[in-house]
Design a binder for this molecule. Structure first.
Ligand SMILES: [Zn+2]
Length: 88
């Protein structure tokens, strides 16, 4: 179906500049994902671990940027599954 690149980038909490951590996917490098559709990217975000320590699941907290990213990806995957089941 496709791939989600996890922790491929890191956004600096101070200047919000993004650094690429994993050279993979459409940004170059590895051929492992050649021909695979990238459905989305989840950057490394220290707030996810900080929330987990407090018992909060980042993916379920739509008040955060990461929660919104997870939500968007879930919607995209659900739409893809819907369109595929409608086609069969
Ligand atoms: Zn910075």
């Amino acid at each position: 179906m496709g791939a989600i690149v996890n922790m491929g980038e890191f956004e600096c909490p101070h200047c919000h500049q993004e650094s690429v951590l994993l050279r993979e996917g459409p940004r170059g490098g590895s051929k492992r994902l050649e021909g695979v559709e990238i459905l989305g990217r989840l950057p490394m975000d220290p707030s996810v671990a900080a929330q987990a320590d407090k018992g909060i699941v980042a993916a379920l907290d739509l008040n955060t940027k990461m929660g919104q990213r997870y939500g968007e990806l879930a919607r995209k995957v659900a739409q893809l599954l819907d369109s595929r089941s409608a086609a069969t």
